[in-house]
Design a binder for this molecule. Sequence first.
Ligand code: HEM
Length: 141
Amino acid sequence: MENSTPYQLLGPEGIRRLADEFYNAMDELPQAATVRAMHARNLDEIKDKLYEYLSGWMGGPPLYSDKTGTVCLTEPHAPYWIGPEERDQWLLCMETALDRIEASDNLRAMLKTPLFRIADTVRNRDESTPRTNDPDVIAIG
Ligand code: HEM
């Protein structure tokens, strides 16, 4: 469908599956371990929040802003260190989730740049998490 929104292509059920598979991927992929560690053990609540956020972001009902009064993601992410590596882990989970729901090439092409932009907007550091095995970091104790 030309000129469709992602919401029209996926519908609420598709967006729900995408949000679920996103956090399932985060839970399973060793490459996403840094961002997984930032989240609670139980991911049910954040799956709901992502679903609600994406519903509005993809052109459907603004479920998240109806509850929170905002679409701004800066404040909820402020406590976390999100550099380029963390951003790319997040995007890898989204790529994997799009694979798992068998998203069409059309939908993927439509989402590619906006997803990068929103993930890079959430990034709040120029560097990734400092590594404890960094030779420049001297361990104390
Ligand atoms: C770029 C890398 C990102 C990282 C590392 C990250 C990480 C996190 C973490 C740790 C939380 C808190 C989870 C909790 O409360 O248990 C969170 C909340 C959230 N994230 Fe992200 N996030 C990223 C990008 C994004 C993007 C791009 C979106 C939307 C497209 C998003 C949507 C949300 C939403 C809706 C919440 C819930 C906020 C609230 O409590 O109201 N995040 N994120």
